[in-house]
Design a protein around this ligand. Structure first.
Ligand code: FMN
Length: 439
């Protein structure tokens, strides 16, 4: 029987605004949040007040969006942002994404272990292989084949873990009287190399309170599953419904077993977007307000493509004509389309259909705190996940509404802990201590 109170929640901070591209314009929000560390710190402290296990920062080393009408999607620099946050919080885990394709293991090992020591054992690294052309161009290269990216990722993660272990526990003697700072028999080179990468070591950083940072993974296919099964304690995933989430989680767990690990040590966290208000109607209004701050032209045509009918932005405030409704059908390749079709058939305007969040990357619940908690309970209890990577629609009030209204319901239902289990991210997640490579 799984520990029902151990639901894992990762709060995604992104560029400081929330997942909705109009969030930066919300009245009461901070349009400078991207560059204002005070805003990040406030969100982090709010999440910590809710006993949320970790903050999570996605990151791609490229601009990726046209900033004319919307802000960036990732923080200026996730490691620096989390270092600032580390000094202003005490318990919450700090997870950042860094690419194994566009970095070197030594730098990544050093940055994360330093963050882990600075934060007293709260760091996590989401290792991704990044298949983004704009990112590749920033490093003067092309996107490599999936095989190459994942072969390199294996070497990369192993080197990082070996470097983390290269300064052994107990190496730092700090014997002021005898003048012995450290025992060099316990700080040794690793001298490891592979097809793509190598490093000599050692890394000049001692263990943290959790030994070394916790590894996360987000990626696709069989290769991604292998990476998760071998190294990850947390997986950020993007299933859209319970059957696909269950199937994916089962594959991750089987991969862990294949590599001799306890499957309970790998927590699968699908992304989820809550839009919270006192009533469902108000939540839809909130989303419509957010939609009003962005250009929906692209979303309207995307919805049309999902349903196999041409839709025009000029018709956004009208229901689909009977003629179009006759031809509209759910795209079997897209798990989001049945719900889109259902709402269209109810005679909703295109704007209202979009406000229900039918074409977001992750599932959306626009509703009351109870409805949000119901969604989370259903997924969690049915074994579709071990928790969630929450993307608030707009963070400035979305994080506090989640903490103040949804968390107490989850706690009352016995799904979420009432306090941190310890002081480190490993303790919050209930994953084993690890130092160096897993042998
Ligand atoms: C849920 C999820 C989140 C991801 N987040 C990031 C990210 O923040 N930065 C990044 O560079 N890649 C990210 N990736 C991309 C993966 O690294 C990978 O490039 C992508 O899944 C496509 O390639 P693949 O299926 O060949 O792995 C993410 C992937 C998934 C599934």
């Amino acid at each position: 029987m799984r520990n029902r109170t151990n639901m894992q929640i990762a709060m995604q901070l992104g560029a400081g605004f929330g997942i909705d591209s109009g969030a930066w314009r919300m009245p009461g929000g901070d349009p400078t949040a991207y560059t204002n560390m005070d805003s990040y710190v406030k969100l982090a402290q709010t999440a910590e007040r809710g006993k949320i296990q970790m903050l999570f920062m996605a990151d791609t080393p490229a601009l990726g969006v046209d900033l004319t009408n919307r802000p960036p999607q990732s923080p200026m620099d996730p490691m620096l942002a989390l270092t600032v946050i580390a000094r202003e919080t005490e318990r919450i885990g700090l997870v950042a994404t860094l690419s194994t394709t566009f970095n070197d293991p030594y730098n990544v090992a050093r940055q994360f272990k330093a963050l882990d020591v600075i934060s007293h054992g709260r760091a996590g690294w989401n290792a991704v292989t990044t298949s983004n052309q704009a990112a590749a161009a920033n490093f003067g290269s092309q996107v490599a084949s999936r095989t190459e990216r994942y072969e390199r990722a294996h070497e990369f993660i192993q080197l990082v873990q070996a470097l983390w272990g290269s300064w052994e526990e107990g190496a730092m003697t700090l014997d002021v009287e005898k003048g012995i700072y450290a025992n060099m028999n316990k700080i040794k080179p690793i001298n490891l190399g592979g097809k793509y990468l190598s490093s000599h070591g050692p890394l000049p950083i001692p263990p943290s309170e959790q030994g070394q940072p916790v590894i996360f993974q987000a990626g696709g296919g069989q290769e991604g599953l292998e990476l998760a099964g071998l190294y990850a304690s947390g997986v950020y995933a993007s299933p859209y419904d319970i059957p696909s989430a269950k199937a994916y989680r089962e594959m991750v767990r089987q991969s862990a077993v294949k590599f001799g690990r306890n499957p309970d040590e790998v927590k699968v966290l699908p992304g989820f977007i809550p839009s919270i208000a006192s009533t469902e109607d108000e939540a839809i209004e909130r989303r419509k307000q957010l939609d009003g701050y962005t250009d929906l032209t692209g979303k309207v045509s995307y919805l049309g493509a999902m349903l196999g009918v041409p839709l025009s932005f000029d018709d956004i405030d009208r229901p689909l004509s009977p003629e179009l409704r006759k031809y509209a059908k759910a795209n079997p390749q897209d798990p989001r389309s049945p719900r889109a079709l259902e709402l269209v058939m109810r005679g909703m305007t295109i704007r209202d259909v979009l406000a229900h969040g039918v074409i977001n990357y992750h599932p959306v619940i626009a509703g009351t705190p109870e409805q949000v908690a119901d969604f989370m309970e259903e997924w969690y209890v049915s074994g579709a996940c071990d928790g969630f990577a929450i993307q608030p629609d707009a963070s400035f009030d979305g994080v506090s509404d989640f903490v103040d209204y949804v968390i107490p319901i989850l706690q009352k239902r016995g799904l979420f802990h009432k306090d941190y289990e310890g002081t480190t991210l490993r303790e919050h997640m209930g994953v084993s201590y690890q130092y160096g490579l897993r042998l």
